[in-house]
Design a protein around this ligand. Sequence first.
Ligand SMILES: [Zn+2]
Length: 393
Amino acid sequence: MQLHALFIPAPVRGFDSEHTVFDLTVQGEAIGDISACAPGTPAQGTLLPGLVDLHLHLDKTYTVRETGPANGDLFCAIDMIARHRATWTAADLHTRMERALTEAWSSGTRALRTHLDWMAPERPVSIDVFLALRAAWSGRLEMQWVSLTALDIFDDVAVGRSIAAQVQAAGGILGCFAYRNADLARKLQGVFALAQAFDLDLDFHVDEGLDIDATGLDEIARLTVQFGWQGRVTCGHACSLSVQPDDQALQTLERVAQARIGLVALPTTNLYLQGAWATTPVARGITRLIEARRAGVRLCLASDNVADPFYPYGSYDLLESWALGVQVAHLAPAQDWLDIVTVAPARAMQLAWDGRIAPGCPADFVVLNACDGLDLMNTQARTRRVCRLGQWI
Ligand SMILES: [Zn+2]
């Protein structure tokens, strides 16, 4: 296969070149040669590696028509899904999750990580459904899962150990939701102790709100260093960083960088859940992406909720969430921020290939109609073809 005159943005390139437009060959399941086009050659499209969606909720997805939307109230959404969760069956979960995987795959996603609610001591039915789907989708989607437990549940030490042991046995990542809990530092320390005891990576929902005193991220960064868990911790949301004083927020981000924490911005859900609803929202739910990058944080962006009470809209097209993030957080030029949905989450998931395009890398890529960075922000120009292991899907 020959590909002509494609723009390969710098953050997804694994080779040195002062050029931006390239011809490529595909040999079998890998990229073969890459050669720069003559200066001034107009690009005919944009080549990106397969996308990596680091934060999803496949168990909650496509429930909003039954639960109703929470209209911006996170804790109302938590109540709505708790009531609906009681009705979940393996068959229902399988249908909804498979629909999500199909949409993600056809949009060009090659790997994803989902949180799965785990709110009682017993192993939820969603785990086995997920594991069966992961086996069925092997070779098309690489998939990881995280247990999502309210932080206070871990306060019962026996329950916490039981959950952690079961997560370990089923090959998961230990996760929890923490927001301004009483005695936060001690409870988070308990979660790190479990991670250490059971040798588990960690993935937190943290500071998902606009209260200035939500400082869980800072505490998690301290504990990550204290426990020697650098590089093994992911934190999603961190919206409250945006309302904290600059000095405080920047100090937290420096600690996050030192702890090698992957920080995940989730613009769709947090623009929906945070900020006012009775009036035009002025404060908005988005973490400090620009400052995080300057601080050297491993920064990612993911889709989060799709069609559930937390976020009633959306799709599994990660580039749509990315484009929203570009607009909302003023990420410019847009093409310089493509690593947050490709290379950075691939590294956070410790995938075999980090997604940088180079001779010999897997031929797992997306070709967009977009011809440059400005085009990337045009919905029509995000129309794409997806190639997996050298074959168009
Ligand atoms: Zn989430």
